[in-house]
Structure formats: structure tokens, C-alpha cells
Design a protein around this ligand. Structure first.
Ligand SMILES: C[S@@+](CC[C@H](N)C(=O)[O-])C[C@H]1O[C@@H](n2cnc3c(N)ncnc32)[C@H](O)[C@@H]1O
Length: 262
């Protein structure tokens, strides 16, 4: 599995970022414009923030979260109130190989900021579509360019970024591919919206704090990637310094996509 933000600090980051401008869950679901009802599956449910949001804002029967990390599931369960526990359940599983018990069970399948962490997003999409009943809707919220799109002329920064871009296995450009992949996998009525996230002012301040937390959660991954503490700390320092320079642009695109299974 490519997802490496296993640290418990990642739970705190996931819970907080839904209120930030760049990852605002209320705005995302408004833009998605899906009337969730019946049984819902959240693929890669993390701390369950999307499951809880859907449960409290729509008339649904139940929401299941399917999540790879046992730690994240424990954290998600701890965050449920007694009433939420009757409607929301979490299951351990891999989106790349979903147990057939989940097939054709759901009116809506949704996944938010998960495919970008996978080595094979098309495979995960295919698996998620299998979980839909005929007539059900798949909704995907994904990014294109997050983190990697910071532009700087600094040579050391660019050496680090070139190394990361050429060696990491996950796909931080997956957002733009979702509508075509949905079509390729047989979905109909595909609709998508692309939104520019331009990190300046409050949005940049939030992204800087988010990145500091990402670095904390990614500590072991980065240590392993750069091979030693000194290099890892230098990379983090350089990245954050470049983020703070107002002439360095950081933009990325958020894709909000949906399609129907016939
Ligand atoms: C960035 S978090 C997003 C969590 C949640 N969707 C949200 O909106 O806050 C990505 C989540 O996907 C999970 N994940 C990564 N690879 C997975 C896989 N192959 N199968 C299931 N879950 C996976 C991670 O453990 C993590 O909880």
C-alpha cells in the first residue's frame, strides 16, 4: 500500500482540514449536489468525517466506511456518538481488492482524497463501482497537483522535488483523470467540476499548517525516502521556506465528479 500517513497525528489533520477553505467538506458536498439516500459506502473513510457529515445532513439508512488502516478505524469509532453508532459502521479492507460481500449493496459510493494515495486508482474505481447497485451513483472528490505544484526557482528545492516526483508511487495528478476513468469503466451521466485552489492569504496560511502536519505524519516515510534525519529535516525546512515566499505560486485543482452505474 502506498498510503503512509499512518501516524495518529494524521487523524487530527483529517478532522481539522474539513473546516479549512481548501478542503471544506460542506462546500464540496454542496458542489457535488448528490441527494444521498439509502445505503452509502465511503471508500477510504479515514476518521469517518465524511460518514458523519452524510449521516447528519441527509435522510439515509446507513453509511459504511471501508478503510485500510486499523488504527484509523479505531479513531473513527471513538469519534462516533451513541446515535451515530446505530447508522455508521467501519470495516477494514483494501479498496484495491474489496470483499465481494460489499458488491451491489449500495445506492451511493463516495470517496474523498483517497485515490491520490493509491498505486492503482483505476483498479480502486472499478472495485468501488462493483459495490454500487444498478442505478447507483459514484462520487469522487480528488486533487490534481496538490503539494507538487509549488513553484520555486531554488535549485535545492527543485532537486528534492524532482527526486520525490520520480520515485513516489502514488498519483498526485489523479483528479483530472477521474471523469475519463469513470467513462472507461462504464459509468453514464458523468458530470465533473474543476476548481482552482490558489494558495494565497488565509488559504496559504492554512496550507502551510496543513503541510507541517503532513510532514509530522509522514516522518517515517520521509526518513525512509531520504535515508537520514539530516536530509529529511533539510527537505522539510526548504519546502516550508519556499511556501512562505509570496512570489512562489502554489495552486492545485480540485475535481468534484459523479457518474451513474446502469
Ligand atoms: C487523506 S485520507 C482521507 C480520509 C477521508 N476520506 C477524509 O475525507 O477525511 C486517505 C485515507 O485513505 C485510506 N486508504 C489508503 N489506501 C487505502 C486502501 N488501499 N484501501 C482503503 N483505504 C485506504 C487511508 O488509510 C486514509 O485513511
Amino acid at each position: 500500500m502506498a498510503y503512509s500517513l499512518e501516524d495518529s497525528i494524521e487523524a487530527e489533520r483529517l478532522e481539522e482540514q474539513v473546516f479549512e477553505q481548501n478542503y471544506n467538506i460542506a462546500q464540496e458536498l454542496k458542489d457535488l449536489n448528490v441527494s444521498f439516500s439509502g445505503n452509502i459506502l465511503d471508500g477510504g473513510s479515514g476518521t469517518g468525517v465524511l460518514c458523519r457529515y452524510i449521516n447528519s445532513h441527509y435522510q439515509i439508512e446507513k453509511v459504511d466506511g471501508l478503510e485500510f488502516s486499523a488504527l484509523r478505524i479505531r479513531q473513527a469509532q471513538d469519534l462516533l456518538s451513541a446515535t451515530e453508532k446505530s447508522k455508521i459502521s467501519f470495516f477494514e479492507g483494501d479498496l484495491l481488492n474489496i470483499n465481494s460481500d460489499f458488491y451491489e449493496k449500495y445506492d451511493h459510493v463516495v470517496s474523498r482524497y483517497v485515490l491520490e494515495h493509491l498505486v492503482d486508482a483505476p483498479q480502486a474505481l472499478q472495485q468501488l463501482i462493483k459495490c454500487l447497485k444498478p442505478g447507483g451513483t459514484l462520487s469522487i472528490i480528488e486533487l490534481d497537483g496538490v503539494f507538487f505544484n509549488l513553484f520555486s526557482l531554488d535549485p535545492q528545492f527543485n532537486r528534492y522535488m524532482d527526486k520525490l516526483k520520480s520515485e513516489v508511487q502514488f498519483d498526485l495528478s489523479v483528479g483530472k483523470k477521474i471523469p475519463a476513468l469513470m467513462y472507461d469503466l462504464g459509468l453514464k451521466n458523468i458530470q465533473w467540476e474543476a476548481q482552482l485552489v490558489s494558495c494565497q492569504g488565509k488559504s496559504l496560511d492554512e496550507e502551510i499548517k496543513n503541510t507541517q502536519k503532513r510532514f509530522q505524519a509522514l516522518k517515517n516515510f520521509l526518513l525512509n525516502f531520504f535515508g537520514n534525519e539530516k536530509e529529511t529535516e533539510e527537505f522539510e525546512k526548504v519546502y516550508l521556506e519556499e511556501m512562505h515566499k509570496s512570489w512562489n505560486t502554489l495552486t492545485f485543482t480540485k475535481y468534484i465528479c459523479k457518474g451513474v452505474k446502469f
